[in-house]
Write a protein that binds this ligand. Sequence first.
Ligand code: AMP
Length: 359
Amino acid sequence: MVVGICGGGQLARMLALAAHPMGIRTLVLDPAGDACAALVTKHLHGAFDDEALLDELADASDVVTYEFENVPLDSVRYLARKVPVYPPVSALEATQDRFGEKNLFRELGIETPGFTAVSSQPELESAIQEIGLPSVLKTRRMGYDGKGQLILKEAADVEGAWERLGGVPAILEAFVSFDREVSSIAVRSRDGEINVYPLSENLHGDGILKTATSKPHDPIKPLAQDYATRLLEHFDYVGVLALEFFQVGDRLLANEFAPRVHNSGHWTIEGAQTSQFENHLRAVAGLALGSTEPVEHTVMINCIGEIPPLDAVMKVRCAHLHDYAKAFKPGRKVGHITVRSSDPDYLKQVTADICNLQG
Ligand code: AMP
């Protein structure tokens, strides 16, 4: 079994690493010469719309998947005419436009923050009348990790905001004073079996995920699971899907979903019976799913910009380092550290120590 992957970043790298023990081979297509997955698997080096490379990927693969949602749709459709592609192209398409994505949530009865489409400054001004302040102006396409968004707190922030965002189609969303951010990582097999991991509780800073903590037995999990299941069934989905929420009291407001393995699910490598990477591969390869039950309490800490000194990390006996072998650069996710323990208080202390190592 060969699984082809569009994209050769850290998610593809961790998919490839999870594939090896199962005897599944992988290859990645990525335009970057230094794609970090290339150190652990075969790399087709070139553009996502290079038809000769897409042919090579399709010919060499039994099934193709993707590791990020901004792969050109036309390329994925081209591949899908030659080889099974999972998750389905319809799910990928739905995530490429924030407005369409939020409308889909509404259609499926998944609660969202208030939102409306905006494609000019006058439209923004009337949208503010509807949504109010504070609110968040986001590009409809290509935004990630807090990029492509502006928080509008007061009337003065609204002036010229649409142009400041780049003068591109956007949505205005109500700013949510959430209690916390959580995500649900779920997986569906080719024959419709669904498994859902314990909820992840996520802390962000500057729009980037800093830590994700597994929350076994969280009281809001059934609602998150119900919402994730609606999406999975809507798309006749195959693979891992991540659904991100703002929690306000006993409500969950959906922010976005990702049709792929997700940063907030990295803790599953050490913290669940079967990691999200293995389960994604099992699903797309047409195999039975593995258990999503947790193993102890787990926290994942992202290494942003750089990785703390190896010696210091290794002194923490319950810490597991995942170095993506990427060049250090401010704001870039270059690795993560997972800590796991049966004692949640000890875990909190260790997490604080590791966060301090990062400065
Ligand atoms: P996004 O790019 O939509 O995933 O947003 C990145 C992060 O910005 C989220 O995880 C939140 O921490 C914050 N954020 C985005 N949208 C909102 C919102 N409507 N209200 C409050 N915070 C938000």
